[in-house]
Design a protein around this ligand. Structure first.
Ligand code: HEC
Length: 148
């Protein structure tokens, strides 16, 4: 009894695993392109305070995301690519950075894809925190409040 069930489950489990894989790769490939459309429905987090944007845990989380998603075009410190290095910025408006990430931007052949639909808004703010931490006028990180 048990044996029969187990053997009949094998191939089906494999098939759904494969389907999941196909779906996953589809999602990964499509996400940046469809980002703008989905962004309209996505809830957006309120603009964090300047202190939140200096939190060391936010900067670390944003750095990890930036390196996995953005460094491909911008370099790990935003010092490569088609725009002035992120390390040479001063007075860079966090809201502008956020909105550029959400909506993307196209200037001739230079295409910054929109990420609003594929990266949750709170994660985008952590990326903003990392980008701000690269700026010339960054005042230094603030330790995260102790976990309760
Ligand atoms: C496919 C390459 C590519 C990827 C991936 C990419 N960007 Fe960009 N990004 C660009 C280009 C090209 C521009 C400049 C667009 C222009 O010239 O207007 C840009 C512009 C920007 C700007 C505005 C810079 C300025 O001077 O105004 C910010 C901020 C930015 N990107 C952040 C990010 C973040 C954060 C990510 C990851 C979530 C990311 N980018 C992923 C190509 C990319």
């Amino acid at each position: 009894m048990m044996n029969k069930q187990n053997t009949s489950r094998g191939p089906r489990a494999h098939a759904s695993w494969m389907a999941g894989l196909v779906l996953l790769s589809f999602t990964v490939l499509e996400a940046p392109l469809s980002g703008g459309a989905i962004a309209d429905d996505a809830p957006s987090a309120a603009r964090p305070s300047d202190d939140d944007l200096r939190r060391s845990d936010w900067i670390a989380a944003g750095r990890a995301k930036f390196i996995s998603v953005c460094a491909y075009c911008h370099g790990s410190k935003g010092n490569a690519g088609k725009v002035k290095s992120f390390t040479e910025r001063q007075n860079w408006d966090p809201q502008f950075i956020h909105d550029t990430i959400v909506n993307g931007r196209t200037r001739g052949a230079n295409v910054m894809p929109p990420w609003g639909g594929s990266i949750p808004d709170d994660e985008i703010w952590r990326i903003v925190a990392y980008i701000k931490s690269l700026s010339l006028d960054f005042k230094g990180p603030i330790e995260a409040p102790a976990a309760k």
